[in-house]
Design a protein around this ligand. Structure first.
Ligand code: FE
Length: 207
């Protein structure tokens, strides 16, 4: 009689990664702490922080912003970042809000954002954000004016997207470093906007 699996079927890559990890641990080649530290680094340091610096620079330096929008992968080299796959930077404006997805798998701009969050790889996000972006954004707590057009961009292994969020009103006196602390990973994927620190934020200039 066939056994009923106790847990849902894992993707092949995930089972393979687990098998490799347990072998490396068993042979004493790696420690759990080391693996955790690498994952943390990609999630917290290498990841969103890099993108946040790129966004803050674009907010304070119009010439850099122009270069970034023209060729993202080349412009980020100026900040000492690695060149990843071709990177298209999508600028949010009061009239247009951009959201990034990979409908096929989980292509993600790792050179600026590090590791993707779990939800980015989930089938519901990947399928629904294309069909009903407004509802999906609302579930993330982001309600945009009906007049704002929502543009959904499908990443691929050849082309990655990153959103350049709008600089929030009320941040005029902040330095580039201070601005970078406001920029979140979710805002660079497009499921959030950047908020000013004191007033709880304003959605761009359209509010
Ligand atoms: Fe993909």
């Amino acid at each position: 009689m066939a056994e009923t699996p106790a847990v849902p079927h894992e993707p092949y890559a995930a089972s393979r990664t687990k098998a490799l990890e347990s072998l490396l641990l068993e042979k004493g080649l790696l420690t759990t702490e080391f693996i955790d530290s690498i994952v943390r680094r990609y999630e917290q340091d290498i990841g969103p922080l890099k993108g946040a610096k790129v966004v803050a620079r674009a907010w304070v330096d119009p010439a850099f912003k122009a270069r970034l929008l023209a060729d993202g992968a080349t412009a980020i080299l100026e900040l000492g970042l690695d060149r990843g796959a071709p990177l298209v930077v999508l600028e949010n404006t009061p009239g247009a809000h951009n959201v990034v997805v990979c409908t096929l798998c989980s292509c993600y701009p790792w050179s600026v954002l590090g590791l993707p969050p779990t939800w980015y790889k989930s089938p519901p996000y990947r399928s629904r954000v294309v069909i009903e972006p407004r509802s999906v954004l609302a579930e993330f707590g982001l309600t945009l004016p009906e007049t704002t057009e929502i543009r959904v961009w499908d990443s691929s292994s050849d082309l990655r997207y990153m959103v350049l969020p709008e600089r929030p009103v009320g941040t005029e006196g902040m330095t580039e470093e201070e601005l970078a602390t406001l920029v979140t990973r979710d805002a660079m994927i497009g499921v959030a906007v950047v908020r000013a620190p004191l007033d709880g934020g304003t959605v761009g200039a359209s509010a």
